[in-house]
Ligand binder design. Sequence first.
Ligand code: ZN
Length: 134
Amino acid sequence: MIVYDLQCAKSHVFEAWFRDGATYDRQVKRGTVACPVCGDKRVTKSPMAPKLASTKEKAKADAKLGDMLRGVREVIEKNFDHVGDRFPEEARKIHYGEAEKRNIYGEATLDEARELKGEGVEFGLLPWPKRQDS
Ligand SMILES: [Zn+2]
């Protein structure tokens, strides 16, 4: 794996992983690499040395992140009310003082999250690891 610091035409710098240099060239030519900030596809390598990581190290980093997220999930499940897909509704009620202030968690679509943000409702987005039932 190789990670490049890339730059779009509007000078946003971001990192992206590729299998190798040739894959990078191919994907940029096809326009499948887009700036995560503005979606610009005119992407070039930023003048920084590429960082290399072995797939083994990457897997280790992913596993570590997975552990951390599972820990976060446990804390939230213990201390927060699960409101499921009523999250946007409940978050609004709390924000506007129509419901008691409490910690809640649940699901919302990206569109709903955007709307909430627009209204000034405070919340965080978490990648939620799937529960491993055995
Ligand atoms: Zn950009």
